[in-house]
Design a protein around this ligand. Sequence first.
Ligand code: FMN
Length: 131
Amino acid sequence: MPLLQLAYASRPVEYDGGVLTAILIEARRCNMRDQITGALICREDLFLQLLEGPAEAVEATYARICADKRHEHVRTLMRREIADTARMFSHWAMKYDPADSPVWTREEVAVGVPEAAGMEGVVSVFGRLAI
Ligand SMILES: Cc1cc2nc3c(=O)[nH]c(=O)nc-3n(C[C@H](O)[C@H](O)[C@H](O)COP(=O)(O)O)c2cc1C
């Protein structure tokens, strides 16, 4: 069965180690249950997350995430079907990356570069992290 791969960007409301840890623990617990894998890139100005898994589970998770008050300005960047063998983060319930990897700069995020990046641009950011 094909899977859904979805990426979004948002802005943390409060950027704090305790909040981040709580999000990751919760995300990993739910994602293991829901057969979802992915990655979360974090910086003061940016959450950038990729979710992949069964379509219904990914949509339900994304709906919960969109309603979460720990971030704001959620924008969907990419949504595509992938083969069930094509997960980018098959070994990660949610890989964490503190945006040390090459990702858009604060200035680029502020002027909307992620929204304009298109599918290839988004996949390439996560692709570097998946190596
Ligand atoms: C930036 C961010 C990323 C999140 N990532 C996930 C995730 O990958 N999976 C997940 O189930 N919940 C994730 N959450 C948490 C959800 O918003 C929600 O709190 C959680 O799924 C539990 O939902 P429930 O209390 O309705 O059961 C994330 C929240 C934020 C703010």
